[in-house]
Structure formats: C-alpha cells, structure tokens
Design a protein around this ligand. Structure first.
Ligand SMILES: Nc1ncnc2c1ncn2[C@@H]1O[C@H](COP(=O)(O)OP(=O)(O)O)[C@@H](O)[C@H]1O
Ligand SMILES: [Mg+2]
Length: 340
C-alpha cells in the first residue's frame, strides 16, 4: 500500500472507560488504514466497538474515555477540490493528539460522520436548508450570497427532488430516508477526506437503504473520499466495501479484501458471522451465533472469542493472539487460523 494513498492511518487505538463495574476496555490495539477512494467496512455484532472507534476518531467520546494510540488523518489536496476555502491545511495530523480547537476545525470539514439516527443530529427547530448552510459557513465554505445556492445544490446532489422548496422544510416533515440524505449532505458539505458512516442505513427500509448505499458510493467515487462504513449486516458489506475489518470484543480480528474475506475467512468468528447470513431457503431468519459477547471489563487475557469458539483450545483463553499476516492484504488474530 503506497503511503501517499492513505487517508486514515489508525495505530493501536485503545479506549478505556472507567465505570463502577471496573475499567471497560472498549478498544484494544485497533489498527487500520483506509486509502483515498476506498471503502472499508467495519463489521461486528452490537457491542464490538464499532461506534467507539468512529467516535474516538471524531473525538466525540466524553471525558470519561481514556484514549491511547495514534490516528493520522492525511488530508492532502486530493479529496478537496483545489480552490475551495476553509481548508485546515494539508499534510498529516494525529487526531488523538489534537487540542479541541484545532479538532473543531477538522470535524465536519476534513473528517465527517453520518450517524444511524438522523433525527438526533438534526436540529428539529431549524429548516433543513439552513442546517446545510451552517455546515458550509462554519468552515468558511462560500460567501453569504452564494451559500444558500450551494446548500440547495448539495440537497439536489444527494437526491432530494425540488431541493429549493425542500430546503424550507423542517426535519419532521421529511421521511427517514430524506433525513438521512440531509445528514449526508451536511457531512459532505466540506468535501471531507474521510467519511465515517455509522450504520447509516440500519433504520431505513430495504429499498431506501439500497438508494442511500448507492448514493454514498457515487459521491465517494466523485470526491475520492475514504469511507469507513460501519455495519453489522454482511449483505451491506458485500454491496459496498472494498475491504472489511471484522471487530470482536474491541479488537479487529480479521482484515481482508471483501471478496477474499467472503471466499476464505480465517477467523472462526468471521466464519460464524458469514454462516449467520440469512438464506432465502430458511425463510430469511438470522441464525445467530451461539453464546454471548463477553463484557469487556478488564484487559484481554486471551482471545476475546474463546468462550464462544468451537475451535478453542486451552491456549486461547490465556494468550492474546497477535495480528498475523495470512498474506500481504489479509490479516487475522487467531492462534489456529491456518488449522481451521
Ligand atoms: N460511555 C461509555 N461508558 C462505558 N462503556 C462504554 C461507553 N460507550 C461504549 N461503551 C462500551 O464499549 C463497548 C463497545 O461499544 P460500541 O462501540 O457502542 O459497540 P458497537 O457500535 O459495535 O455496537 C461496549 O461494551 C459498550 O458497552
Ligand atoms: Mg454502534
């Protein structure tokens, strides 16, 4: 992977929360890279650490979170068209080392996020056009006279028909799919180098979901953004991702190009996830993986998946598996990956 193409380079990200029950090790040594124009899917069951990953990159975790590691954002000239104002500069910055002030300049500008439930991120009392305008003006994108036009153009670009009159509506007057389009318009307003999409289609029905996935894909290709697409849905992964990182218990347990991951998964958890994809012959019901995700209190003492793994041996619960390269593009954390 050439260094130049890398937009986001996360190294050994660790996140802990102090709770009454003890230290929750929400993330342990999360390492990932995303190139410009690439979509990396972050998949895993609920509680595996997907949202904590994206929120720590946005620096939106509360004060109770302790972060360690590095997260380099390379925002070169690529994603941002030349001449657009409001740039926080090119070059690389470590998102985890930035003060709140410089972070505010980057957030929503060079790195943006789309959440699952747009209703919680949109202001219910403000017309949507104004909210898009604000995203532009905060980062100095566009002068007074032209910002309204730009906002309407953005709404049109994300597939909202008759954007000029839609811009005058309030969030509650829009459908869920339309609101998610507005959120995408806001996230993309400043042409970020990196877009973090945290289950952006989970709350939508299948048809609308397909439209939103298609929209993100299209906008990404136009702008050359790096996208981290968080989902628990392997069907969505197959549809949208170039590469996949599988999370379990706050760690990335396997990373591979999408086709390779589906064809030759190495981690028992990835296999279980793929086996749980509903098949039409079975009436479409999700089969699920036996056992429960373990609470991640305390540092890992072995493989987090050991207690649910059909393949586990004594070593698995006492020795944390290292990240091992299966080949140049495929890595796995399992003591027995080449024996299963
Ligand atoms: N503010 C917090 N305080 C304590 N624990 C938290 C906090 N936020 C998240 N966690 C824990 O971190 C783990 C990962 O959560 P999360 O990233 O939200 O999972 P996912 O998005 O994959 O469903 C969970 O065990 C969750 O309980
Ligand atoms: Mg989540």
């Amino acid at each position: 992977m050439s260094n130049e193409a890398i937009a986001l380079d996360v190294k050994q990200l660790c996140v802990r929360f102090a709770t009454p029950a003890g230290q929750v090790h929400a993330l342990t040594d999360v390492t990932l890279q995303v190139r410009r124009g690439e979509t990396l899917a972050l998949v895993g069951e609920s509680g595996s650490g997907k949202s904590v990953t994206s929120l720590s990159l946005m620096r939106l975790l509360g004060g109770r979170a302790q972060l360690a590691g590095e997260a380099w954002l390379h925002s070169g000239a690529s994603a941002k068209s030349a001449g657009s104002a409001g740039s926080a500069g090119s070059g690389a910055v470590d998102l985890l080392a930035l003060g709140e002030k410089p972070m505010m300049k980057l957030r929503g500008n060079r790195i943006s996020m789309v959440f699952q439930e747009p209703m919680t991120s949109l202001n219910p009392l403000q017309r949507i056009g104004k909210q898009v305008e604000e995203a532009l003006t905060i980062h100095g994108m566009g002068k007074r006279g032209e910002v309204r036009e730009r906002a309407i153009a953005l709404l049109g670009k994300v597939g909202i028909s008759d954007p000029a009159s839609r811009a005058k509506q309030y969030p509650h007057q829009l459908s869920g799919g339309m609101r998610q389009r507005v959120m995408i318009a806001i996230a993309l307003a400043c042409e970020p180098a990196v877009l973090l999409a945290d289950e952006p289609t989970t709350a939508l029905d299948v048809t609308v979901q397909a439209q939103i996935l298609e929209l993100i894909r299209k906008l990404q290709q136009e702008a050359g953004m790096a996208v981290v697409f968080i989902t628990h849905d392997m069907g969505v992964v197959a549809q949208i991702a170039d590469r996949v990182a599988v999370m379990y218990g706050g760690q990335i347990v396997e990373t591979a190009p999408t086709a390779e991951l589906f064809a030759a998964p190495k981690h028992p958890y990835t296999r279980a996830l793929l086996d749980s994809i509903p098949r039409p012959a079975e009436g479409g019901a999700l089969r699920g993986i036996p056992g429960q995700i373990e609470a991640i209190v305390g540092a890992p003492t072995g493989c987090r998946f050991a207690n649910r793994c059909t393949r586990a041996e004594a070593r698995c619960s006492v020795e944390v598996p290292a990240q091992t390269q299966v080949n140049e593009v495929h890595s796995v954390r399992c003591h027995f990956w080449n024996k299963v």
